[in-house]
Design a binder for this molecule. Sequence first.
Ligand SMILES: NC(=O)c1ccc[n+]([C@@H]2O[C@H](COP(=O)([O-])OP(=O)(O)OC[C@H]3O[C@@H](n4cnc5c(N)ncnc54)[C@H](O)[C@@H]3O)[C@@H](O)[C@H]2O)c1
Length: 358
Amino acid sequence: MTRLRFGIVGVGMMGREHIRNLKLHPEAEIVALQDPHEPSLRRGERQLGAPVASFADLGAMLAQTPLDAVLIASPNHTHRSVLEPIFAAGVHILCEKPLCTTVADARWAAERAARGDHVFWTGMEYRFMPPVAEFVEQVRGGRVGRLVQLSIREHRFPFLTKVGDWNRFARNTGGTMVEKCCHFFDLMRLIVGSEAVRVFCSGAMDVNHLDERYGGERPDIIDNAFTVVDFANGARAMLDLSMFAEGSEQQEELSAVGDGAKLEVSIPSGDIVFSPRVPLGEPKRPQRSHVDVDAAVLAAGTHHGATYFQLAAFIDAVRGRGPVQVTADDGLKAVAIGAAAEASAREKRVVSLNEVLA
Ligand SMILES: NC(=O)c1ccc[n+]([C@@H]2O[C@H](COP(=O)([O-])OP(=O)(O)OC[C@H]3O[C@@H](n4cnc5c(N)ncnc54)[C@H](O)[C@@H]3O)[C@@H](O)[C@H]2O)c1
């Protein structure tokens, strides 16, 4: 079988993680890299360790290199402008989250993707972490009974330094609730199996970045928040985010409570705990299990194996062997919940999804 020819747009931290993971896949070949920042291109070439065409200019890459697929890992605020010529080139696309920084741009991308006849996939790695995927399957399969409460906690390290410090300002990222929390809002939709109707977010930048200045300007990004999301089917979800909790043993902890049981998963331990309800006074009956991840896949990224498994699923979709699991519309919906949370934190009020999607 011929290998799919990939071009990578944006060869920073995430672009290089995609390079390492595509190298593990027998059906993928990276034939072009594009990045206006010379040092990123050179680091990408070294990471690839094989001959590749490198471009500072996106138009030149698209004109000069036959490609089957383009993987977009440039900063969030560039997604719309790089998508325009890439859509026109008629290739399969995997665009890193968030789809775009605003609902208007994300809607444009979703409408444009729906008109094309190529695969369009929004990068949402958390769905593909094997322990999380197992948790999702069990909850959706009814293991907790009727799902009533979903809680997601991410307690992690502060935002890393990026090329040009783009991630310090909400105008470039969409704001923390869009930039990183779109992952969790996407997971909520997937697990609950319904659409969000209203959001309340209490959050601010209270600890990180306070003393940083870029061109005299202080960053304006949330570093901690509690967000409550009500869903149309009556389920409620909550996100507990702290970005100054790098000492926490577990980075992500998900819990789903239904009318029959509770299910929990932790990352990076990969441990799953199932706790059925028991009559008061009777012994509790928790059942523990563990989901392993292949060592080579774990080592190729910082997302608990997710990058490889998502790329493999993307390739399956391109080959017609599987569905598009994260559509452009999923990307739009995750941006919309994030935008509602940003507005809620700013204005200290409940924000309805109708309002941000209007
Ligand atoms: N799914 C995840 O878990 C995850 C994790 C990290 C980053 N990301 C996403 O990946 C993307 C890149 O983030 P990163 O952490 O690699 O940032 P980064 O700053 O490390 O890398 C971005 C690269 O894009 C380049 N770039 C800037 N403008 C460009 C343009 N117009 N065209 C092409 N390249 C351009 C920069 O020079 C840089 O090399 C972002 O959208 C981010 O949200 C996703």
